[in-house]
Design a protein around this ligand. Sequence first.
Ligand code: MG
Length: 268
Amino acid sequence: MPYALVMRIARFTIADCQPRYGVVDDGPEPVSITELDGDPFAAEPKLSTRAHWLTDVRLLSPVAPSKVVGVGRNYADHVAEMGSEVPFEPALFLKPSTAVIGPGRSIRKPAATAELHYEGELAVVIARRCRKADIAEVGEYIMGYTVANDVTARDLQRRETQWTRAKGWDTFCPLGPWVETGISLDEAGRLGLRTLVDGEVKQDGNTAQLIRGLAELVAYISHFTTLLPGDVILTGTPSGVGPLEPGQQVSIEIESVGTLTNPVISER
Ligand code: MG
């Protein structure tokens, strides 16, 4: 693991000042965040003496990725529910950086879709420039893990050859609440994942069900595009995807990582 320290790294603002990075305390109900000095992607980020109550700050997406690489059809039960087949090679797509939002921010349902869906996913966050990595060395490039919602306009996905609009609309990539650095690649490959809509469980899976594992995915992706610090890989969703309507709230919980919650509103 490249990180010597086990921590929850978050990005935040206070009173709409410039975003900064900090470390959230590791309690079951965290209450504080301590600012980091210098580079959050360094192997041993330096803690400052400036601490804040979490209630005084607004958490943002924990990183600001240059790109988000999505992996489709990577859980067999989800492939089956979509009536599709496991792709011969990983099915990749990109979500633009402008689709990313933080915890608590609203997912906006565009007028162009009648079928907005959630997809709860484990997200890998890249620590340092990664190009053509071997599977065995992938762990050296991973900062940690966060929770993602690969929000999808399902009707547009069916209708359009490319998934760019279906998956790339503004607000279609909630990330957070923080990057958990204290999880090994092995551990990340057996984490429980649940999605709840208004408190009702809709997805209940485990990353042990991934068709292509985390190391294989990162290595494969790094052979076509250079991954930069803060870039994010969405690793696919288990079965149980379904609709989101304005007024609802969607939460994705990943064991040992955290819970990402976002309300849904109509785009004006
Ligand atoms: Mg997905």
